[in-house]
Ligand binder design. Sequence first.
Ligand SMILES: [Zn+2]
Length: 307
Amino acid sequence: MSTAYISHQNCQEHDTGQGHPECAARLSAIEDKLLISGLFDFLSNIDAPEVTRDQLLRAHTAGHLAMLEAMMPLEGYERLDPDTVISPGTDKAANRAAGAAVAAVDLIMSGKVKNAFCCVRPPGHHAEHDRAMGFCIYNNIAVGVKHALEAHGLKKVAVVDFDVHQGNGTEDILIGDDRVLYCSIFQHPFFPYTPLPENSERVVSIPLDATAKSTEFRSAVTDHWLPALERFQPEMIFVSAGFDAHRDDDMSYVSLTDADFRWVTEEIVRVAEASAAGRIVSSLEGGYELNSLARCVESHLRVLMGL
Ligand SMILES: [Zn+2]
């Protein structure tokens, strides 16, 4: 059984303006790396479909969709907040990015692939129920999670989020849904400066000091994420795959290495094999230093592919 690589040309056409870190070159860097390494030949390449309005409405309000429609520029740029720039290509890109997560769930549940990586932008984990924020328009992972629960009737899914920023949007949309376990690790205090959620049987939120390195990250995963995941026994695991905690990425101070991202992926795969028949939907979040981003995505994919 193979790994799906789900993306779309439209995701490159979300123009955030010159000098913006969340740029189309991120996806090109990843694709170049996968071409050069030959990995593309062994992936199931899938064009991301556009998400439907009903699929979005499971995670977002009608007001959020209406606001975006009203704000979407026909030319030039608009800002939804100081960081979140939209342009004429954003609408389609955001639709494909959320649609990729839905397609990933469908492909896995139909048995066509074992797991999937959605190589998409804009990212998603800061987008709340009713608000775009921090480069994010729709919460791609939350849309995928809701699709797995509502359209496929899964009873228990987990989201693991190793992006260096707190996933305030995912918290906003998914915390309180008893069918979802949310595990996150992030630099704190740091953007988005939202309150820390209360930890519980369904929320494992681990703030890391800005000086944190490999040891602190791996201890947090080993001591907190893995026991919670093993207790919960998810039927599918979603990964908010952000690579901006890398030491070469100046978006944060946390200093992880290529090996840490490979390791955490191996641990996620191990848990997924134990309870979820290996079912993993991973979607790209942050990661802004192009070389480390491309290397870490390649290694994340190799683990998903069992290489
Ligand atoms: Zn981030």
